[in-house]
Each structure stands twice: as structure tokens, then as C-alpha cells.
Design a binder for this molecule. Structure first.
Ligand SMILES: *Cc1c(COP(=O)(O)O)cnc(C)c1O
Length: 382
């Protein structure tokens, strides 16, 4: 596995900046394509996780299309990715359905109410229609990322299928995992088949959603291939996977620099990147990112709290130690920052927004794709 050359990137990138390593992206795409070839599954990219459309021409060489969560995502997928566009949202407005039917290949409903409400529109559209089901089998440990948590609005529970017509429905969709290896999928698929298998004969497709960490070290690719083949073989279905993270995991970094070091019971380095603005999952999920050259507090000689420049007291990324003292101008690199970052950032506090860059390691070319300025901030606010 080629590692990202953070030294070189630090030297060449502006700060702050998201830098996506194209070789690392290719590495993930090779693995996903291998799954497609071996299993016959079609893999879509979940735009929710990663929508840096300047690299869509690379991704579409391998993946079959995108899955979108809204008309805007679907439109971006249609315009910049090509291939298949599959759309799902927890609920649609009538205008959403009109827009989505015009640009989607698959449209997935989250309730029988909406399936029937919009039947007159979709029946004449030619778009393949599916239902998202809720297998009510939790594998997640974080309730906000567990669509099978009690009282979840995501997916139709089995009991709701009683007495309902599936006329015109081509496929079923479940999405219940988050950052998981194969075993949770295998267990979920078993429960799904027990509860919903009776509806599969006569359908055209099955969508296994996202949350599969297929490109992570240790993923049981053979297990996944067999599972896809099982559903394709037994029911004659087209099988879709729609990972987001697995496309972009370990492909990019967030370059930052130290602006100041202050002291209040401990040394606190204030950076030009913010947890709340630029890596909100650090607070929301929450999780602790990896920093190149950084260790747990106390494991290296100099420990700092790293915090953002915003006015939010809780804009704290966490505590790390380093083998050197930090001073203004020093660069720090947060690893694995491609997915669920650029798609989630805000301009809160009017803080300088990280540039978006690509890194081609073979030619050592750092390209600045997009810089943000005052106009981008202003244009969102009136
Ligand atoms: C979030 C989501 C995905 C992608 O999930 P990852 O965890 O990024 O792989 C796929 N499908 C649906 C319906 C989603 O909500």
C-alpha cells in the first residue's frame, strides 16, 4: 500500500487545504472494481460521503454510477458523473419526485404512503422503483448512525408489508451498516432474507446500501462476492452496492498550520482549521483523527490541545503529543479527510475555507482545484 507523501504535500499545498491523493483513490477503485468483476454486482458511489466532482471522471472509469439523497445530488451526479443515478430520500416533496424522475434511473421510496401518493407520476416515467426496507437488525454501535435503532424512520419494517400491493415495484433496498466489515453484512443479509425473501422472486434488483468498508485492510472480499452471487443466483436479481466511505477512505488529508500557541493549564495550539467547520464528524460522530507524526497525549515529549480559530468554545479537535515544540507556521496534517468532510463543511464564523487540491504522486504534481473567497461566504447569506 502506498502511503500519502505528507511531507511533500505539506511543502506544496496552501493552508488550509484538503488534498486528495489520486493514486490512493485509484487503489480503492481497483478493489471495488475487483468486487464487481468477481461478483457481478454493480457498485455506485454514495455522493453523500464524497462529491468532489473534479475527480468523477476518474471514478466513473470503474464504478457504475452514483446514489443520491436529494435532487441536487442527483443532478450533480447526472451532470458530472454519468452512469446510473439512484435516488433515495426519507420523504419527497411532489416537486422532488418530478425532478428526480427526470434524472434518476432508480427511485426508492421510504414508505407505502409515498409509493402510492406518487404512483401516477412514477408509473408513466419508466424509472425503476424500489422500496427501502428496515430489517430491524442492528449492527451499529452509534445510534445516530444506526438506521435500525428503535423508532427509526429509515426503511419500512416488515409488519408494514401486510396487505400492501407491490405492483410496479422492481426492487428492495436496505442500508443499515456504517463503517463495517463483512460479518455484519452477512448477518444482516440473513435476517433480511428471512423477513423479506418471499418478495424477491419476480423483482429485478436488490440494493445492499452502503456502510461496507470494502477497501479497508482485512475486509472479507470473498465473503462479499459469495453473498452477491447468492442473491443473483437464487433470485435472478441485479445486485447493487452503494458505498461512500469505501470509495474515499484513506485517500486524502487536511493540511493545516499553527496560528498561535496559548497556555491555560496546558499548551493549546490554535490552528487555521476548525473541528466544527472543516471536520464536523470529529464533534458529531465523534472520533479522533490521526495526525501525521502525532501521538496520544503524553506519549511524545510535547503535548498540546489542538483547537480551531472559531468562537465556539467546543471547537477542540483533541489532544496530541509531538516530538517537537509547535510554533506558529508549523504545518499539521490530519489524515483520512476526504470523506464526510468537504460535503459537510460550513462557513461558520466566516473562517477561511480550505482549498480543494489533488496530488499526483508519480509526477509530484499538486493541483489547486478550488479556492474559496469572501464571495462564496457572502453569497450564502442573502
Ligand atoms: C449514507 C448512505 C450510503 C453510504 O454510506 P457509507 O457509510 O458512506 O458507505 C449509501 N446508501 C444510503 C442510502 C446512505 O444513506
Amino acid at each position: 500500500m502506498t502511503l500519502i507523501d505528507t511531507d511533500k504535500i505539506c511543502e506544496l499545498a496552501p493552508s488550509p487545504a484538503y488534498v486528495v491523493d489520486l493514486d490512493r483513490l485509484r487503489h480503492n477503485l481497483f478493489i471495488l472494481d475487483h468486487v464487481q468483476q468477481k461478483s457481478g454486482a454493480k457498485i455506485l458511489m454514495a455522493m453523500k460521503a464524497f462529491s468532489m466532482w473534479s475527480v468523477f471522471p476518474l471514478i466513473r472509469q470503474y464504478l457504475k454510477g452514483v446514489c443520491a439523497s436529494s435532487p441536487w445530488e442527483a443532478r450533480l451526479g447526472r451532470e458530472e458523473f454519468g452512469g446510473e443515478v439512484h435516488s433515495f430520500a426519507a420523504a419527497y416533496r411532489e416537486s422532488d419526485v418530478t425532478e428526480l424522475l427526470a434524472i434518476s434511473d432508480h427511485l426508492v421510496f421510504n414508505s407505502f404512503n409515498q409509493l402510492e401518493l406518487f404512483r401516477p407520476q412514477w408509473e408513466k416515467s419508466g424509472v425503476s422503483i424500489g422500496l427501502r426496507v428496515n430489517p430491524e437488525h442492528s449492527e451499529g454501535h452509534t445510534p445516530i448512525y444506526d438506521p435500525c435503532a428503535p423508532m427509526s424512520r429509515l426503511g419500512i419494517p416488515r409488519a408494514e408489508f401486510e396487505g400492501r400491493s407491490l405492483a410496479g415495484v422492481d426492487g428492495l433496498h436496505f442500508h443499515t451498516l456504517c463503517e463495517q466489515l463483512f460479518d455484519p453484512l452477512a448477518r444482516t443479509a440473513r435476517v433480511f432474507e428471512e423477513k423479506f425473501g418471499q418478495f424477491l422472486p419476480g423483482m429485478k434488483w436488490l440494493n445492499l446500501g452502503g456502510g461496507h468498508h470494502i477497501t479497508r485492510e482485512g475486509y472479507d472480499i470473498d465473503g462479499l462476492v459469495d453473498l452477491v452471487k447468492h442473491f443473483r443466483g437464487k433470485y435472478g436479481l441485479e445486485v447493487y452496492l452503494e458505498p461512500g466511505e469505501a470509495v474515499a477512505i484513506n485517500t486524502g488529508v487536511l493540511v493545516s498550520q499553527v496560528l498561535d500557541v496559548v497556555h491555560n493549564r496546558m499548551d493549546i495550539a490554535i490552528l487555521d482549521v476548525s473541528a466544527t467547520c472543516h471536520m464536523p464528524d470529529v464533534l458529531e460522530m465523534p472520533y479522533r483523527p490521526t495526525i501525521t507524526g502525532g501521538g496520544d497525549p503524553g506519549t511524545l515529549p510535547h503535548t498540546y490541545r489542538l483547537a480551531g480559530p472559531s468562537c465556539l468554545a467546543g471547537d477542540v479537535i483533541g489532544d496530541w503529543s509531538f516530538d517537537r515544540k509547535l510554533s506558529p507556521g508549523d504545518r499539521l496534517v490530519f489524515e483520512d479527510m476526504s470523506h464526510y468532510t468537504m460535503v459537510k463543511t460550513t462557513f461558520f464564523n466566516g473562517i477561511q475555507h480550505p482549498a480543494i487540491c489533488t496530488w499526483e504522486s508519480g509526477s509530484e504534481e499538486l493541483k489547486v482545484i478550488r479556492k474559496f473567497g469572501y464571495g462564496d461566504f457572502k453569497s450564502r447569506l442573502s
